[in-house]
Design a protein around this ligand. Structure first.
Ligand SMILES: Nc1ncnc2c1ncn2[C@@H]1O[C@H](COP(=O)(O)OP(=O)(O)O)[C@@H](O)[C@H]1O
Ligand SMILES: [Mg+2]
Length: 248
């Protein structure tokens, strides 16, 4: 598969690592949903945020992206709080793709048009890379779940992000689309884009992770290189999760 962004990427800024999270809390009413998470992520590869359903993975990703505000604590990229310029360099792909009720091509044009001349050529390249070129004139809402998710990812990549955040992008899609998305993510990471990937799929974590953040009940139980995490997790819930047991 051709690389989704290499052909046209204009900007090769360095990623503003480390991503420092300090004392991060998110509370709703009396309930603490994200509980005092501190971590400094400085690996340039794919960081997988792993944990059972309800662990707080989606909330943590939304806090990092700035979609919701923390109740306490802060987030810094290379020592600086996220400003508009930083937020513009981030793209988030949701678990359920949010697409415009227009054609496949128009969904990509929406983010590319502001970049001016040459956007159609870029759009076609990115649709080809995502395996969606032949569907470019189809209404996005008529695509299969896997195709919609690939389109959401292609649109995120079209913005040429320095940081790509994904929330369970393969949660309810077919094996073929999962493989294509994983390939796109590996290519994107190889181009130097920092990826934060939420999943509860241990197989996907094994295939893609360079490092793993393991969340449980809103707490960060471990942040380790992937190999160390898979071989020798530091907490009983992580061990149980890797073993495929139900983790409450
Ligand atoms: N806005 C909210 N109000 C109250 N509880 C919430 C809200 N959002 C999420 N939760 C709860 O917080 C916990 C963590 O949610 P979430 O981050 O979606 O988990 P995960 O993505 O790991 O499955 C869950 O128990 C969920 O029900
Ligand atoms: Mg979630």
């Amino acid at each position: 598969m051709p690389d989704a962004g290499a052909a046209w990427s204009q900007r090769r800024d360095t990623v503003p690592l480390p991503l420092q999270v300090d004392g991060l809390c998110y509370r709703v009413d009396e309930e603490t949903l994200i509980d005092n998470i501190s971590v400094s992520i400085d690996s340039p590869g794919i960081s997988v945020i792993l944990g059972p359903n309800g662990a707080g993975k989606s909330l943590f990703l939304r806090l990092i992206h700035g979609l919701i505000d923390p109740s306490a604590g802060d987030i810094r990229w290379r020592g600086r709080p996220p400003d508009l310029a930083q937020r513009r360099r981030q793209a988030l792909v949701f678990q359920k793709p949010v697409l415009l009720r227009r054609s496949v091509a128009a969904n990509i044009d929406f983010v590319l048009k502001p970049l001016g001349a040459g956007y159609r050529e870029r759009r076609d390249q990115i649709l080809q890379a995502a395996g969606l070129f032949r569907l470019r004139d189809h209404p996005a809402r008529l695509l299969s779940g896997g195709e919609q998710q690939k389109l959401a990812l292609a649109r995120a990549l079209a913005t040429d992000p320095a940081v790509l955040l994904l929330d369970e992008p393969c949660a309810s899609i077919d094996a073929g689309s999962t493989l294509q998305i994983e390939t796109l993510l590996e290519q994107t990471s190889a181009r130097g884009v920092k990826i934060l990937l939420v999943t509860h799929n241990i197989g996907q974590a094994r295939r893609l992770a360079d490092d793993v953040l393991f969340l449980h009940h809103g707490r960060l139980l471990e942040y380790s290189p992937a190999e160390a995490f898979m071989k020798c997790p530091k907490s009983p819930p992580a061990q149980a999760f890797i073993d495929g047991n139900i983790v409450l």
